[in-house]
Design a protein around this ligand. Structure first.
Ligand SMILES: [Zn+2]
Length: 87
């Protein structure tokens, strides 16, 4: 399996990090179980169901700033996976 971005070999398993931006909001999600992660550029393949669950969590946070006057938040979310699957 090769990376779609840089054509390097993909390593099966591992934990992915995804960063979502909207306006000034930055939401970083770490510890997402991945199908495979690129050995070079960290591009990750994530199961659709898993990606959808992350999306469901992130979207309300991205929309939050539209109805509120506080500054757009910078949010870090970590899933508590501790296995060294990325190694
Ligand atoms: Zn890559």
């Amino acid at each position: 399996m090769k990376c779609a971005t840089c054509d390097s070999p993909m390593i099966p398993g591992g934990l992915a990090t995804q960063i979502y931006r909207q306006g000034e909001s930055v939401i970083t999600v770490t510890g997402i179980p991945a199908v495979a992660i690129c050995s070079k550029c960290d591009n990750a393949i994530i199961e659709w169901d898993v990606a959808q669950q992350v999306e469901d969590m992130v979207q309300p946070l991205l929309k939050w700033s539209k109805g509120h006057s506080l500054p757009d938040p910078v949010v870090s979310i970590a899933f508590p996976y501790h296995e060294l699957a990325a190694a």
